[in-house]
Structures are given as structure tokens and as C-alpha cells.
Design a protein around this ligand. Structure first.
Ligand code: UT7
Length: 340
């Protein structure tokens, strides 16, 4: 009897390095300023600016969906990479505002950009969705299960904001960011990603209604359970602690120190949180990328849009070390050290 030959699986081959080869982003045209919000709720530009750093945010048109924004960001990344959508093996969309419960947003993006060979799924990790997606893409490419992965962070938070709640409505905006990952010989690419989560604090940042636990009914809709509920102070404390600790852990595992970094791109939720991270890592303000004054907190899209803007404006050069660090509902957090 012939002894069966062991099947050569892709996993038996040596791992490959994985790089971000291109980025893209998209934000809607409509701008909502702090002055506009003064007409909606009891707030003012001075409070919003000093407590958050946000000056304006973008709001998608009613017919413009999360998948539409994601597809536009993806197309910008494809154009930059100079590759066709048919080369994409996998699409991952980090979002908490999918177009609908199912099919997943990634399938809708696949259809819009013509990525007909890609497998598609969404990833629910709130503001950490993009970096969770980067780590999954990295694993699939390094193990040779995929060659080209499109990772997107996209959210239309304006559909789940309570526009009567001044504690939250001034903070959020809509948008999408994308990255294409591949093996690029001769580059370290993604050196290490730290992922973290703590479900003990699920209720300090959540949307309680509209899921299987609390479906929307005629009786409960008035209380707007399908909008963001947040204990801002608690989230603030956990955000600083988790992101600083993830950054230290990632730098240590990557064999780097903060001094090696050309740029840190943090989640764009609050300028005071970003400043606290920068100072605890001992970084000058010039090393920390900030664009939240223009877009507010766009959840999974925030770090992806920031990465694209940093890339397109030349904030990092080839071979520079950069750090991406995020935090969101769940609680979830993540940090990636990358050689660009
Ligand atoms: O993406 C996930 C991560 N999310 C975050 O990282 C958000 C984290 N949290 C924060 O960014 C901050 O906690 C906030 C910006 C949400 C709030 O800042 P804060 O310094 O923690 O303010 P606070 O919630 O303690 O509110 C202070 C005061 C309160 O008034 P009293 O009770 O002291 O009289 C609020 O009612 O500010 C009042 N306030 C406002 N005033 C004018 C709250 N929102 C507003 C507003 N305009 N929009």
C-alpha cells in the first residue's frame, strides 16, 4: 500500500513579511461645524474645541452608505497601488454601522469595486476595527493563504448618533479609510501588532438597541436605544491607559523605542487623549499625527483616514518606523509597529 505523501500546505512554507503597499480615504462633502451644532444642542465652539480639539466633522448624505464610502476609499488605495481590484484575495471591513445586518459590508464593497475573487467579511471591534483587520490580513499573507488583502475602516456614525445628546453628538463624524497589504520583499513592513479587549466594560460605550437583545419596537423607539451611549469620563481613562500600555508593549516586542519613531498615528477621538499619549511616550507634538479637528471621531475609519493623510502628505519616508494605536468600544484596543 502506498503511504500517502504528506500534503504540502502553505503553512509549511516560511512566513513572509507583510507591508502596507497603498492607502486611500474618503470623507463626505457635507461639513458640520461647531457653530452648526450650537443651533442643534446647548453647546458652543469654545467647549467643543477646548474639551476635544474638534472644529468640524463630515456628514454623509442620506443615500450615501458605509459601503459607498468604503468603496471610494478602496478605489483610492487601488489607484495608488496601481493594481486591479481583481487582484484582491480578501476584503475586511471594520465597521459598527454596516449598510444592513447582512449581507456584510465587505460583500457590498466587493460588488462596487469589482473585486470578484475576494472573500469578504466584516469585523466588529468599534474604533479598533481597522487595526484588528490589519493584524488578520498580516496573518493571512504571512502564512501564504492570501497575497493581497484590502482592509477598510468605515463608519456612518451620523446614523447612530443621538442628535439631542450634547454629550455625544459633538464628537462623531462619517468617513472611510483603506489600506492594501502585500508581501514586499526587502521590507520589514508590519513588525508587530498588539491586540487587546476587555468585555467587563462593554456598557461604558455601546449602542444597546437594535440587536437581538433589544430589538426596536414602537414602545421603545422614543428612548432612542439605537444610538451611541457613552460614559465619556470612564472611556477617557481607559483609552489613555490601554493605548499607552499597548504602545509600550508593541515597541518592546518590536525591539524599538519611542525615539526610533518618525510618526505616531493615534485614534482620533480627543486631542487631550492624543496629547496624553504623546507625553507619556515622551514624544514631541511634531511626531504625533492629528487630523481630528477636521473630521471628529469617525470610529474604525479614524486611524485609517489619518494613515492615508500622513502617507499622502509625506509624514513618513520609506523605512521610517511608525506606530498606529487605537481604542474603542468593547472595550478593544490595538497597536501596530510598522517599518514604512
Ligand atoms: O472612540 C472611542 C473612544 N472615545 C473616546 O475616547 C471619548 C472619551 N471621552 C472624552 O473624550 C471626554 O470625556 C468628553 C469629550 C466626551 C467629555 O469631556 P469631559 O471633560 O470628560 O467632560 P464631562 O463629560 O465631564 O462634562 C463636563 C461638563 C458637564 O457639565 P457639568 O455637569 O459639569 O455642569 C457636561 O454636562 O460639560 C458639559 N458638557 C457640555 N457642555 C457644552 C458635556 N457635553 C457638552 C457640550 N457642550 N457638547
Amino acid at each position: 500500500m502506498n503511504k500517502q505523501q504528506p500534503r504540502t500546505t502553505r503553512l509549511h512554507k516560511p512566513k513572509r513579511t507583510v507591508s502596507v503597499i497603498a492607502t486611500g480615504s474618503y470623507v463626505p462633502h457635507k461639513v458640520l461645524t461647531n457653530a452648526d451644532l450650537e443651533k442643534l444642542v446647548d453647546t458652543n465652539d469654545e467647549w467643543i474645541t477646548t474639551r476635544t480639539g474638534i472644529k468640524e466633522r463630515r456628514i454623509a448624505a442620506p443615500e450615501e452608505t458605509t459601503s459607498n464610502m468604503a468603496a471610494k476609499a478602496a478605489q483610492a488605495a487601488l489607484d495608488q497601488a496601481g493594481i486591479s481590484a481583481e487582484e484582491i484575495d480578501m476584503i475586511i471591513v471594520g465597521t459598527v454601522t454596516p449598510d444592513m445586518q447582512f449581507p456584510n459590508t465587505a460583500c457590498l464593497v466587493q460588488n462596487q469595486i469589482g473585486a470578484k475573487h475576494a472573500i469578504c467579511f466584516d469585523l466588529s471591534a468599534a474604533c479598533s476595527g481597522f487595526l484588528y483587520g490589519i493584524e488578520i490580513a498580516q496573518q493571512f499573507i504571512s502564512s501564504r493563504s492570501c497575497d493581497t488583502v484590502l482592509v477598510i475602516g468605515a463608519d456612518k456614525l451620523s446614523t447612530i448618533v443621538d442628535w439631542t445628546d450634547r454629550n455625544t453628538c459633538v464628537l462623531f463624524g462619517d468617513g472611510a479609510g483603506a489600506a492594501i497589504l502585500r508581501h514586499r520583499p526587502g521590507s520589514h513592513g508590519i513588525i508587530h501588532t498588539t491586540l487587546g479587549a476587555n468585555g467587563d466594560y462593554a456598557e461604558i460605550l455601546h449602542m444597546p438597541g437594535g440587536g437581538s437583545k433589544l430589538p426596536l419596537t414602537k414602545e421603545n423607539i422614543e428612548a432612542r436605544p439605537n444610538t451611541i451611549k457613552m460614559n465619556g469620563k470612564d472611556v477617557y481613562k481607559h483609552a489613555v491607559t490601554a493605548m499607552v500600555s499597548a504602545a509600550h508593549q508593541t515597541l518592546e516586542t518590536a525591539g524599538l523605542t519611542a525615539k526610533d519613531l518618525a510618526c505616531v498615528i493615534p485614534h482620533q477621538a480627543n486631542l487631550r487623549i492624543i496629547d496624553a499619549i504623546g507625553s507619556r511616550l515622551g514624544l514631541g507634538q511634531d511626531k504625533v499625527f492629528v487630523n481630528l479637528q477636521n473630521y471628529g471621531n469617525t470610529s474604525a475609519a479614524a486611524v485609517a483616514i489619518a494613515l492615508d493623510e500622513a502617507n499622502r502628505t509625506g509624514r513618513m519616508k520609506k523605512d521610517d518606523y511608525i506606530l498606529l494605536v487605537v481604542f474603542g468600544g468593547g472595550l478593544t484596543w490595538a497597536c501596530s509597529a510598522i517599518q514604512w
